[in-house]
Design a protein around this ligand. Structure first.
Ligand code: SAH
Ligand code: SF4
Ligand code: F3S
Length: 440
C-alpha cells in the first residue's frame, strides 16, 4: 500500500470556516489523505479563506506567494483556495496566482474528491456554484474517530439580511436551514465520539427554520430536541441577529439547563441614523429593550457583541451614541472593527470617514470594551462555576477548560480528565483567564 497523502489546511475567518475545514479534511480523507500540521511535507495545501474585511482577503495572496519555493521543489504539490475569498474572487485568484490548482466555494466542498482527481491530472479546477444537492448529506462518510469535548455543528448557512457593509450574503448565499433530523443525527454521532459541548453555527443562527417532523422548527425547538441527547452536556449557538431573537429562544435561556448563559448578539452601532444606513432594521432602543428581556429570563447571561466604527457618514456624535449603548449594555466580550470597504456592497459607494478618525474611534471603543470585559471577568472571583476541561495546562497537575460563561479557567491540582465537567470556585482573575479550585 502506498503511503497516505498529506493534507495541510489553514483556516481563516469565522467558526463556520473551522467546521468547513473539518468537513473538507473528511471529504479528502476518503481519498487517502491524512492531515499534517506543516505545509512543508504536504501533497495538498488548502487555504480556507475569509472575505469579511479587506485585510483578511489580501492575506490570501501573500500566503500563496510563500508557497512558491515549496511548489518549485515539489511539482506534485497541489494548492487550493476554499472559503469566502474563493467564492468572491475565484477567477481573479486563478489569474493573479498561477500556483493555484483548485478553487472551491463554500457550497461545493462535497465535490472536492472529484476536483482533487482532476487537479492531479494537471487540470485547473474551479467550482463556485451554489448547487441544488445537499452538501452536508454528501459529506457523511466520516471516520468514527474520537474527538475533543467541544465541537461546532452548522445548522443554518447564508444570510438574507444584506447589511450594507457585509459580503456574507454574496459569499455564503441565501439563508438555508438544515433539516432537524440530520442535525440530531450529527449531534448524536459527535457525542458518541466524545463531544460534550456543541456550538450550533449559522450566519444568522436564530433565524433557523429547518424542517422537523411537524413542520418547520425554531432554533429553540431544535435546542430542546438536543437537550434530550444523553451525554451532551452543553449547547451554545452563534451568531444571532437582534431581529430574529424570538420569544421561545429568550425563554429557553431561562429554562433549558444545557443552554449556556452566553449570547453573542451583534449590534454594530449605537446611532439610529447609522443603523438605518447599515440596513440593520433595528434601533439602539429596540436592541436595549431586547437585552433587558433576555436578562429578565436569565439574569447572569454574558452578552457579547460586534461593532463597526467609521461606517460611511458616521459623525463624532454618532460614535458617541455607540459608546453610550456600550455603557448601558455592559459587554462580557466584544469584537470591534474599523469599517472596511467591500467592493459590491452598497456602503462601498458612500462618502468614507477619514481613516485616522476611524482609528481613533476604534481605540476609544476598544478601551471601553476592554474595561467592561475586565470588570465582568473580575466579577467572577468568589463565584462557583461549572468547567468543561479541554486540555492539560502548562504546569504539572493543571487543567484548563471553559466556564458556562465561556471564560477560560485554569485549575491547579486537578485530577479530572479532558471532557470532565466539574464545579470550580473562582479564586483569581488574570489577564485573559480565571484561576480556580475544584469544589469537592
Ligand atoms: N452574521 C453575523 C456576523 C457577520 S461577520 C452578524 O450578523 O452579526 C462578523 C462581523 O464582522 C460583523 O458582525 C461585523 O461587525 C464585522 N464586519 C462585517 N463586515 C464588515 C466590514 N465591511 N468592515 C468591518 N467589519 C465588518
Ligand atoms: Fe452580514 Fe450578519 Fe448582516 Fe447577514 S446579518 S448581512 S451576515 S452582518
Ligand atoms: Fe469570513 Fe466567510 Fe466567515 S467572509 S467571517 S469566512 S462567512
Amino acid at each position: 500500500m502506498s503511503a497516505p497523502k498529506k493534507l495541510f489546511i489553514k483556516t481563516y475567518g469565522c467558526q463556520m470556516n473551522v467546521y468547513d475545514s473539518e468537513r473538507m479534511a473528511e471529504a479528502l480523507g476518503g481519498e487517502g489523505y491524512v492531515e499534517t500540521k506543516s505545509p512543508d511535507d504536504a501533497d495538498m495545501i488548502l487555504l480556507n479563506t475569509c472575505h469579511i474585511r479587506e485585510k483578511a482577503a489580501e492575506k490570501v495572496y501573500s500566503e500563496l506567494g510563500r508557497f512558491k519555493g515549496l511548489k518549485a521543489e515539489k511539482p506534485d504539490l497541489k494548492i487550493g483556495v476554499a472559503g469566502c475569498v474563493a467564492q468572491a474572487e475565484g477567477q481573479e485568484i486563478m489569474r493573479r496566482q498561477p500556483l493555484v490548482d483548485l478553487v472551491v466555494g463554500p457550497q461545493s466542498y462535497h465535490r472536492l474528491p472529484e476536483m482533487e482527481a482532476k487537479a492531479r491530472e494537471g487540470e485547473k479546477v474551479l467550482d463556485t456554484d451554489f448547487p441544488e444537492e445537499d452538501k452536508f448529506e454528501k459529506l457523511k462518510n466520516r471516520p468514527k474517530a474520537k474527538r475533543g469535548p467541544t465541537a461546532f455543528l452548522t445548522v443554518q448557512e447564508g444570510c438574507d439580511k444584506f447589511c450594507a457593509f457585509c459580503v456574507v450574503p454574496y459569499t455564503r448565499g441565501a439563508e438555508v436551514s438544515r433539516p432537524a433530523d440530520r442535525i440530531l443525527r450529527e449531534a448524536q454521532d459527535l457525542v458518541e465520539r466524545g463531544v460534550r459541548e456543541i456550538t450550533l453555527l449559522g450566519q444568522n443562527v436564530n433565524a433557523y427554520h429547518g424542517a422537523g417532523p411537524n413542520g418547520d422548527m425554531t432554533l429553540a425547538q431544535l435546542i430542546w430536541e438536543l437537550d434530550k441527547v444523553d451525554g451532551l452536556e452543553r449547547i451554545r449557538f452563534t451568531t444571532s441577529h437582534p431581529n430574529d431573537m424570538q420569544d421561545d429562544l429568550i425563554e429557553a435561556h431561562g429554562t433549558c439547563a444545557k443552554l449556556m448563559p452566553y449570547l453573542h448578539l451583534p449590534v454594530q452601532a449605537g446611532s439610529d441614523k447609522i443603523l438605518k444606513r447599515m440596513n440593520r432594521a433595528h434601533t439602539a432602543e429596540s436592541y436595549l429593550r431586547l437585552i433587558e428581556r433576555i436578562r429578565a429570563a436569565r439574569p447572569d447571561i454574558l452578552i457579547s457583541g460586534d461593532f463597526i466604527v467609521g461606517f460611511p457618514e458616521e459623525t463624532e456624535a454618532d460614535f458617541q451614541a455607540t459608546l453610550d449603548l456600550v455603557e448601558e449594555v455592559k459587554y462580557g466580550t466584544a469584537y470591534s472593527f474599523k469599517y472596511s470597504t467591500r467592493p459590491g456592497t452598497p456602503a462601498a459607494e458612500r462618502p468614507q470617514v477619514d481613516p485616522k478618525e476611524a482609528d481613533d474611534r476604534l481605540q476609544r471603543l476598544q478601551a471601553l470594551l476592554t474595561t467592561q470585559q475586565r470588570e465582568v471577568q473580575d466579577s467572577m472571583v468568589g463565584r462557583d462555576v461549572t468547567v468543561l476541561f479541554e486540555k492539560a495546562g502548562r504546569f504539572p497537575g493543571q487543567m484548563v477548560g471553559k466556564s458556562d460563561y465561556l471564560h477560560a479557567v485554569h485549575v491547579a491540582d486537578c485530577d479530572r480528565a479532558i471532557g470532565d465537567l466539574a464545579r470550580v470556585r473562582i479564586l483569581s482573575s488574570g489577564a485573559n483567564s480565571l484561576a480556580g479550585a475544584l469544589i469537592d
